[in-house]
Structure formats: structure tokens, C-alpha cells
Design a protein around this ligand. Structure first.
Ligand code: BGC
Length: 825
């Protein structure tokens, strides 16, 4: 891949930014490098630079007018809650994502928020990732396409995004301190492309660096990631902002491409920057390069707001419903049980029916403008026929108290009904920012309910409300399963519309549903040791593994049923200029290959199909998946209607990352090209010959272990061969240091007190908390570091005091007496 030459950045800045850089004092520049408070940047009044606001995101606006926090505790102004990213991605609909981005921008304009902190494009390496609900997919191309559309929709209205969390932040446990050990090719092919495509196509106004380290260096100060790759290779012109409290060494950050520390750390880092410039550790040019990007952001945001900006709560609610309809995936529909008729006698079972789960928890949690409940939405549809043929029972307790009585009630109402809808899902305490899931099961009380209902009752429709895959041990015993994801505030009417056929489902899985978590290739190394995680499974993530290794799954990537049927025919493959009958393409001279085929709706209901294009190299010199997604199209067709679908492929689509030469490489070889309704439902295929810029090489024997993927059997030696070096030792957790977490120190007397005081402080204004809330907050607080405690205390917690406390925790009396500094690694 060619390297983009970024002009000396200062000369690329606008005339106003350049002028400002020549007028601002050192103190002002240092101040601009950190936030003003939790959500605002510094402004400089004498230059008419306003203090602009940034807030979460990404599936709705979380503007906190009063107390601030980054873990979803305090209230925010009501905003439209759209489905979370896992649902949005299941729509595979670029236009829809752009519409959602647009609507979010309108709400930002109305609330005078300049930057919305999203989208999250981290890859779902393992279904247990606590924040998977907030990410799009296990596939980098699909994640990138969804992100590009969302960002375009948002930024086209003059509101910036924050593409996050850059990079390889794929789990929550120890997210502040873990060091990701990953080989170069896996990084380039799996974990970076969604960022790369988004940066190259949309120039996000900001990129948020992740909390973790890669190869021993925190992302917030990682030159390779922030400068070499992001700026030099991809040509990024915007501002890199730290994840909240994710700054490590502020001066190093500025030198290496980090523009803005968020939130404010009081004067701590401002003073460090001033001192560094004064003593020559940081040059004024380095500081200018960095501050110029902050100024550019403020200037481009300055004039966005008009006093007249408002948005229609109702039309955004309707858009949220449309998004939820497209996000729902019909996983199973034996005998065409769905759609149901509104004249059927319906039993609705499950506490989620009256207490819906519609968003995840943590920093993305918002207050919706309205909230529908599934039971009400179903009853409304049924009642519109003038018949009152619906009954409800709870079936299980969300707090997981076992209750045989509820199961007996469920059996009773099921027996007196024609059809039974059971709403299941994951309670908040099962998936959240701040911790990973422990297993892939549904709560036992829900499984017990189905175990009682399924054998005696045939007409069961299971609806799932969850942000990431679950094991479904009952999948073979029930005829219909609808994955509704976390469908946002209008998710309830969306699912009712699908169940009763007002809407034809068109969602497809953007992730694999494995049979069991033990089948997942990363499982033995997930989430790793607290200070190191090895990505030993290499590129074998999601369907790339299951499809290539032929491991059965519960539901495959790209799968989703419709109430109609589609026929695929007449595949042709041409280059952009002329027809090519021999199916040979010389990619050294032609960059675009055009794939086209016919798609016909052969059923009797209007419906949309997501047609997917995969390719796979036949004899590669490195291990490659049998199929990789390279394009897709979502098309709505009336009964009997057909359309010719056209998709493009470019040279990069055929390439793998060559770790030896550090670049993309296309080998001359045969490639299989597949058009499918899912990864495992291939409808058309062909073989094409590609003339690449490299001859087909012999297989690299040192990597033989990786050629036929064996989920869990990669030895340390295999991984070292892949890395091309030894696995570095993980940092010890003792002696304690500034990057020790609360979890690591809380067994010491001082650590315990810090935990208690911090926890109380965080929660003091929240009033009565449920046990589940406490669990979530505890877990999030566990992962905070001592460095963050100081940085996020708004100057109240002095660094020197923390140094002394750490010496005491380490019983290092000499360092305590000398007032020595503390390690920060
Ligand atoms: C999260 C970010 C979020 C930020 C601000 C962090 O803890 O990782 O995704 O945008 O807080 O709330």
C-alpha cells in the first residue's frame, strides 16, 4: 500500500489556525491540550474560541447537564435511543446507517454538542466481549462499511464523530492496563481495516485512542499507531483524543500524535507540558502540531449551531423503529410459523415483555425520549382488530430468583392459547462496558422456563433481547426464533410488526452464533492475563475460522430468514472496461472488477435481501480463510420483481498483508468467488484467475500450524513463529505502581479505603441502587487505575499524595521517606 505523504502539518492548517498558533501563549497552548471539564474543551475568549462540547454516543445522545461520569451513572437529557451497533450492523443497510447518523446530528445540533463519541469499530474477537453490543461485527469490511455510512450521515450536518477505540480494544477485563500481543498480519487484516477504511473515506473529526497497550506501548502515546499508521499511511488530518482517563504520559502523547487529553486532569498535565517546553523536552513545533488540530476542531465546530435547531421526537422515534425492524434477524421459522395472525389467541410470556431490554449499559446508556414495551406493542396490534385475545405472565424473574409458580402459570396460559411468544434475553448485569461476560448462557430461570414449555407446546416463538450471541440449547426444540438485539426505544413495536407480518424481516447476522463458547478459537486466550493478552488464534476470528475449519455453528454469519424467497442467477464477472470471457484479470493494470447477477423475489411478499460477495484464494503462500466478505448489497423487491445487482472488487480485496515486506500483496493465483445469502448458503460461484504483482509463493513452513485452523491448539512456539519474535514477559502486578488497578490494590488497607471512598463518591448522588447496578459499578471501578483516580479528580487528588500512598501499599519506607516518584508502566 502506498504511503500518503502528509504535508508538514502546520503548513496544512487553515490561515486562522496558523495565525492563532503565532499568537497563543505557551500557557494557552498547554491548556488547550486538555479538556476544560468532563465534556468540554477549553475555549479562549480573547480569540473568540468557544468551549465546545463532546458527549457519548453512539446509539443516542448522552448529554449530561449536571453531574458527569463516563460509565452511564448520572442522568442525561432525553434523546432518541436507536438500536445499538450490533443491531444496526445486522441491517446491513448503508443508507439506514447514514439516516441514523443524520438524525443523531440533528439532536446534537439541538443540544449544541459538537462531537458525538462514536462509532465503535472494534472487532468482536470473542462473543464474551462485554462491549460487543456497542460494536458492529466480527468482520472488518462490514464494520468499516457501517461506520463509514454512520459517520457520513453525522458529519454531513457539521457534527464531528470520534472513531473509537483505536485500536485492538476487544475486551473489557483489564482494559486500562492490558498489553495486546498480536502479529502484524492479523492486526492489518482483522483489527485495523475498519479504522483504516473509515479514516480514508470520511476523515473523522476525531479518533479516540484506546485505553490498552499494543506491543508494550499505551495507544495514547503509541507513535506507530498514532503517527506512522494513522497520519503517515492513512493521511489522517483530524484530532486524536484520549479515551476518558486513558492518557498515560502527556508529553510523550503529544510528541507521538495525541492531540487532546479528556477529560480535564485539572492543571496536572497542563503544567507538565509547560515544564517540558521550558526545559526543552518538548519543542514548540511539536506542541504547535498537536494544538493546531485542537484549534482546527474548535474552528470547524464554531459556527455549526443556529438558535432555531430542533428535531422531531416523533419522526426520530419512527426512524428508531425502522432501524429496529431492519436490525431484527429471523433465525428460525420452521413450517412458516411466523408471521402470526392478529386473530390468534396469543400468550406473551417473559418479564422482558413488560420491562424490555433495549440498550446496553456503561458510557453509551442514554435516557430515551419515549419507551415502548413489547407486551403493549403486541397488544396494540392485536387490539386493532377489536378482539382482546392476549394474555400475559411473567415466566421468570429478571433478578433470577427461581420460582416454580411462574413456570406453572406459563404452562397454563400457553395451553389456553393458539400461539405463544416468549421474550428472553440478557439482563444488564450480563453484558456491559467495564467487564466481560463470563459465559454465553441465558439465565438459568429462562432456560428452565423453555425446558418446561418446549416439550409440551409446539407453537412457540422465542424473541431474544441481547447485545451479543447466546447459546441456545433449546434451538432444535422450538420452531421460531427472532433475534431482536438491543432494539432501542421503538424496538418493541418493531418486533410486534415483524411477528405479525406488518414488516418482512430483512436483518442478517453480522456475527456468528457458535454452538458453544468452547468452539470459539480465541477462547483459551480470552481475555488473557490481566497485564497481557495473546492473540494466538491469528486471523481465525468469527466465520473465518468456523467456515474454513468446517466447525458447525448454531447460526452462521450473514444468516437471516425472510417471509419471502429469493432466487440468484446469471453471475458475470468483468473488468471495468471490457467484458472478459476468460475470467482472467490482470490486477497490475486494472483495478476494478465488476461482479453482477440477477436477484428475484420468488415469494409473495415484498422483502429485502442482503446478497453477500465472498472471495477466497486457492493456493496462497500464507494461511487464508476459505471465504472473506468483500462486498454486499441490500435490495428490496416486490413479489416477482428482479433486479440486476452489481458489485465492485478492487485489488486490495484480493490482497493479504505480507509481514515480511510490510505491505499488501496480491499473488497470481486462482480465486473462488461466491455470492451467498449467508457465508454457508452460497447461491452462485465461479473461479477467476488473478494476475497479481507477486508470483504464487511456496507455503511458509514455519507457519504450518496455522494453515488448517485448529481452534485451541496453537502452542507458544507456533505463536512465536507467527510473531517472528519471542513473546515478551507480562509485567508483574507487584510492586504497585501508578497503573495498578483498584482490583489489584483493594486487598491492601489503603487500597480498600481508596476503593470505598471512590465508590461512594461516584454513587453518592444516585440514591437507591439495584443489586445489578452495584455489580456493574463495582466491576467498572475495579478496572480503574490509580493514575486515573488522580487524573480524574479534577486536581483534588495531588500526584505526590498518590505516590506516597503507593509507597505505603508497597511497604517501601525508604522511597516514602525520600519522597521518590513512582513507576508508571
Ligand atoms: C469509554 C468511551 C466513552 C468515554 C466517555 C470511556 O470509558 O470507553 O467509549 O466515549 O468513556 O464516556
Amino acid at each position: 500500500m502506498s504511503t500518503v505523504t502528509v504535508p508538514s502539518l502546520i503548513s496544512a492548517y487553515s490561515a486562522e489556525t496558523k495565525k492563532l498558533l503565532s499568537q497563543l501563549t505557551l500557557e494557552e497552548k498547554a491548556k488547550l491540550s486538555s479538556g476544560k471539564d468532563f465534556w468540554r474543551l477549553q475555549g479562549i475568549e480573547r480569540f473568540n474560541l468557544p468551549s465546545i462540547m463532546v458527549t457519548d454516543g453512539p446509539h443516542g445522545l448522552r448529554k449530561q447537564p449536571d453531574d458527569s461520569d463516563h460509565i452511564g451513572l448520572n442522568d442525561s437529557v432525553p434523546a432518541t435511543c436507536f438500536p445499538t451497533a450490533s443491531g444496526l450492523a445486522a441491517s446491513w443497510n448503508r443508507e439506514l446507517l447514514a439516516e441514523v447518523g443524520n438524525a443523531l446530528a440533528d439532536e446534537c445540533l439541538a443540544e449544541k454538542v459538537s462531537v458525538l463519541l462514536g462509532p465503535g469499530v472494534n472487532i468482536k474477537r470473542n462473543p464474551l466481549g462485554g462491549r460487543n453490543f456497542e460494536y458492529f461485527s466480527e468482520d472488518p469490511y462490514l464494520s468499516g462499511e457501517m461506520s463509514i455510512a454512520w459517520i457520513d450521515g453525522l458529519q454531513s450536518k457539521g457534527i464531528g464523530c470520534s472513531l473509537k477505540h483505536y485500536a485492538v480494544n476487544n475486551h473489557e477485563s483489564s482494559r486500562m492496563i492490558t498489553d495486546v500481543i498480536i502479529d502484524e498480519r492479523t492486526l492489518r487484516e482483522i483489527y485495523l481495516p475498519a479504522f483504516e477504511f473509515s479514516v480514508k473515506k470520511t476523515q473523522p473529526w476525531t479518533v479516540m485512542s484506546a485505553y490498552n497497550k499494543v506491543d508494550g506501548t499505551y495507544l495514547a502515546e503509541n507513535r506507530k499507531f498514532l503517527t506512522d499508521i494513522l497520519q503517515q499511511e492513512w493521511g489522517y488530518q483530524g484530532l486524536v483524543v484520549t479515551d476518558w482517563g486513558g492518557n498515560h504520559n502527556r508529553v510523550l502523547g503529544i510528541k507521538n500524535g495525541q492531540g487532546l487529553e479528556m477529560p480535564s486532569s485539572g492543571d496536572i498535565n497542563t503544567n507538565r507540558i509547560i515544564r517540558a517546553v521550558k526545559c526543552g523536552d518538548l519543542s514548540m513545533e511539536e506542541l504547535d502540531k498537536s494544538v493546531g488540530r485542537v484549534l482546527d476542531l474548535i474552528i470547524r465546530s464554531r459556527d455549526a449551531f443556529q438558535p432555531t435547531h430542533t428535531f422531531s421526537v416523533d419522526s426520530h422515534h419512527a426512524l428508531a423503529r425502522k432501524a429496529a425492524e431492519e436490525a431484527s434477524v429471523l433465525l428460525k421459522n420452521d413450517g412458516g410459523l411466523l408471521p402470526l395472525s392478529t386473530t390468534d389467541n396469543i400468550a406473551v410470556i417473559g418479564e422482558f415483555a413488560k420491562n424490555t431490554r433495549y440498550q446496553g449499559s456503561g458510557s453509551s446508556q442514554i435516557i430515551p425520549t419515549k419507551l415502548e414495551q413489547p407486551y403493549d406493542a403486541i397488544a396494540k396490534l392485536i387490539d386493532s382488530d377489536g378482539l382482546s385475545n392476549i394474555c400475559y405472565c411473567k415466566g421468570y424473574h429478571l433478578d433470577e430468583t427461581e420460582d416454580q409458580q411462574l413456570i406453572s402459570e406459563a404452562l397454563k396460559i400457553a395451553q389456553n392459547s393458539d400461539k405463544v411468544i416468549v421474550i428472553l434475553g440478557l439482563p444488564t448485569s450480563y453484558e456491559s462496558e467495564g467487564f466481560d461476560r463470563k459465559h454465553m448462557h441465558l439465565p438459568k430461570v429462562q432456560l428452565d422456563l423453555i425446558a418446561a414449555l418446549a416439550p409440551v407446546y409446539e407453537k412457540l416463538v422465542i424473541v431474544l433481547q441481547n447485545g451479543s450471541p447466546v447459546e441456545l440449547p433449546f434451538a432444535n426444540q422450538v420452531p421460531a426464533i427472532l433475534e431482536a438485539y438491543l432494539g432501542g426505544q421503538a424496538g418493541a413495536s418493531a418486533l410486534a410488526n415483524i411477528i405479525f407480518g406488518q414488516v418482512n424481516p430483512s436483518g442478517k447476522l453480522a456475527e456468528t452464533f457458535p454452538v458453544s463458547i468452547d468452539d470459539v478459537p480465541s477462547q483459551p486466550w480470552f481475555p488473557g492475563e490481566s497485564r497481557q493478552v495473546q492473540y494466538r488464534e491469528s486471523i481465525w476470528v468469527g466465520y473465518r475460522y468456523f467456515d474454513t475449519a468446517e466447525v458447525p455453528v448454531l447460526f452462521p454469519f450473514g444468516h437471516g430468514l425472510s417471509y419471502t424467497t429469493f432466487e440468484y442467477s446469471d453471475l458475470t464477472i468483468q473488468d471495468n472496461h471490457k467484458s472478459n470471457d476468460e475470467n482472467t484479470f490482470d490486477l497490475t493494470s486494472v483495478d476494478d472488477i465488476v461482479v453482477s447477477f440477477n436477484l428475484k423475489n420468488t415469494g409473495n411478499m415484498t422483502g429485502a435481501e442482503v446478497a453477500q460477495l465472498y472471495i477466497g484464494q486457492q493456493n496462497s503462500s500464507v494461511h487464508r480463510p476459505k471465504k472473506e466478505l468483500k462486498n454486499f448489497a441490500k435490495v428490496s423487491l416486490a413479489p416477482g420483481e428482479s433486479q440486476r445487482i452489481t458489485m465492485q472488487l478492487c485489488k486490495r480485496d484480493f490482497a493479504f498483508w505480507c509481514s515480511k515486506n510490510h505491505k499488501w500483496r496480491v499473488e497470481t493465483d486462482q480465486f473462488n468467488l461466491f455470492i451467498g445469502a449467508s457465508i454457508s448458503d452460497i447461491r452462485l460461484c465461479d473461479v477467476i484467475s488473478i494476475q497479481g504483482d507477486n508470483p504464487k509463493g511456496a507455503q511458509d513452513v514455519s507457519l504450518s500450524a496455522y494453515f488448517s485452523p485448529k481452534a485451541q491448539n496453537y502452542t507458544e512456539q507456533d505463536f512465536q513463529n507467527l510473531l517472528g519474535k519471542d513473546i515478551p514477559p507480562a509485567l508483574p502486578s507487584k510492586p504497585f505502581q501508578l497503573n495498578s488497578t483498584m482490583r489489584e490494590v483493594k486487598d491492601t488497607w489503603i487500597g480498600g479505603k481508596l476503593f470505598q471512598i471512590g465508590f461512594n463518591k461516584m454513587t453518592e448522588k444516585l440514591g437507591e441502587m439495584t443489586e445489578q447496578d452495584k455489580l456493574v459499578i463495582n466491576a467498572i471501578f475495579d478496572e480503574m487505575t490509580l493514575r486515573q483516580l488522580v487524573a480524574m479528580s479534577d486536581g483534588k487528588f495531588k500526584p505526590k499524595v498518590m505516590d506516597s500512598l503507593i509507597h505505603i501499599m508497597n511497604k517501601d519506607w525508604i522511597k516514602l521517606l525520600c519522597g521518590a516518584g513512582v513507576r508508571s508502566e
